[in-house]
Write a protein that binds this ligand. Structure first.
Ligand code: UD1
Length: 417
């Protein structure tokens, strides 16, 4: 099994190209199920999760081609198999995003329930309730959700009791082909949702309120072909911003956009990191010491839960104490014991962790159980004295393309072994 070896202590300097957003690409691929296509997605990242989604769509009967050199995905056709099997859904929870599109276009879907995952229980009740309000009838049997809407879906006013990225995406996609108007209230506002809505509009959908927490969708009979450029990955950008900050370097994040990273940028500045927007992207520079700062994760435009672990790694070597509160997932401090093994001083209770900065971390063999926790250990390794080995690299490969190449190109001593 691959591992990542890091010798820490090298300040990073140079340019890191930021790829297309994983969390935008996955729903955009699911949107391919809504029309005969072709749907051409440009700036597509080459990641393990994208391959899993490709396999899922192909087994549904769609044609999916990926040109890695051109960074392009082309999706077309129709689903003749309406089942999303346990083996794929268990591997990647975002597989449930096929539910809305399948029911909307084909009137039926059988999708495995994803079950819990490393960071929490993560139910899908909001996806189900919303589709029920739109007329779908659900049967839960054998670990599968079996949804039927033989007469098609109809518009509804759906008020989310809690903000959910996936449920907003599933229902937004379903609403594009429903009869009449759907209103999604308290919808998630993550940039990936805006990107999905823009792509659906290019396919012929009628959507208002993009970028707000109230989306209004006027259903149409069918959607058509479109070409859509995927937005840059704000979490990849935020992660490499932390890499520059933790090593005390200066890095240009090519293609990264300030609009997507507001809360992260504000927090980095509070810690003493310079962030400047340039034509080519965001420049991150840290020339002085790091100061601790408090963060609480929240739905967008708040501080992203997907940046919590990386920020915690940074706070491990900042001056003073930082309080990190996780409000989105109930079990997202799995990186704490591993960071502690590298010399970090962290205590957590319930949803909050106190990090007391130390002058130096020391390298160690570590492993993590999810994507962002793993990358927080890479960041800690970049700053640590001595050698860090990060095990279970497959977590990193789900969401970071060529991480060791991107980091070694800016001066890190990092390799895959
Ligand atoms: C998406 C992101 C993930 C990110 C998360 C929060 C993708 C592929 N993944 O995940 O990287 O960490 O948003 O920004 O885009 N919930 C329910 N019932 C539901 C749905 C969600 O209770 O039916 C709860 C979840 O358990 C969680 C919270 O709502 O506590 C937010 O989850 P949600 O926004 O749905 O996350 P995902 O879409 O799964």
């Amino acid at each position: 099994m691959d591992r990542i070896r890091i010798r820490g202590g090298k300040p990073l300097s140079g340019r890191i190209p930021i790829g297309g957003a994983k969390n935008a690409t996955l729903p955009l691929m699911a949107a391919g199920l809504l029309s005969e296509g072709p749907l051409t997605l440009e700036n597509a990242p080459d990641l393990a999760d994208i391959t899993t989604m490709r396999h899922l769509l192909v087994q549904h009967g769609m044609q999916v081609t990926q040109d890695k050199a051109e960074r392009r995905l082309v999706l077309s056709g129709a689903a003749d198999n309406l089942e999303a099997p346990y083996d794929l859904v268990r591997k990647m929870r975002a597989s449930v995003l096929v539910l809305g599109p399948l029911v909307a276009r084909f009137g039926e879907a059988r999708v495995s329930l994803p079950g819990g995952c490393a960071i929490g229980t993560r139910p899908v009740d909001l996806h189900i309730k919303g589709l029920e309000q739109m007329g779908a009838v659900f049967d839960l049997e054998g670990g599968y959700m079996h949804a039927k809407a033989p007469q098609g879906l109809r518009g509804a006013r759906i008020i989310f009791p809690q903000v959910s990225v996936g449920a907003t995406e599933n229902l937004l996609m379903a609403a594009t082909l429903a009869e009449g108007t759907t209103e999604l209230v308290n919808a998630a506002r993550e940039p990936e949702i805006g990107d999905l809505a823009m792509c659906l509009m290019r396919m012929g959908a009628r959507i208002e309120g993009i970028g707000t927490d109230r989306l209004v969708v006027e259903g149409v009979k069918r959607l058509g072909a479109a070409t859509h450029p995927i937005i840059p990955d704000r979490i990849e950008a935020g992660t490499y911003a932390c890499a520059a900050a933790i090593t005390g370097g200066t890095v240009l994040l090519e293609g990264a956009r300030m609009v997507d990273l507001g809360a992260v940028v504000r927090t980095l500045r509070e810690c003493g990191v310079d962030v400047a927007e340039e034509t080519a992207g965001l420049r991150i520079t840290r020339s002085n010491g790091l100061r601790g700062a408090d963060v609480m994760t929240e739905p967008f435009p708040g501080f992203a839960t997907d940046m919590q672990a990386q920020f915690m790694a940074l706070m491990c070597v900042a001056e003073g104490a930082s309080m990190i509160t996780e409000t989105i997932f109930e079990n997202r401090f799995m990186h704490v014991p591993e960071l502690t093994r590298m010399g970090a001083r962290i205590k957590y209770h319930g949803q909050s962790a106190i990090v007391r900065g130390v002058p130096k971390l020391s390298g160690a063999p570590v492993m993590a159980t999810d994507l962002r926790a793993s990358v927080s250990l890479v960041l800690a390794g970049l700053a640590a004295q001595g050698e860090t080995i990060v095990n279970r690299v497959y977590h990193l490969d789900r969401g970071y393309e060529a991480i060791e190449r991107k980091l070694s190109a800016v001066g890190a001593e990092i390799e895959r072994i």
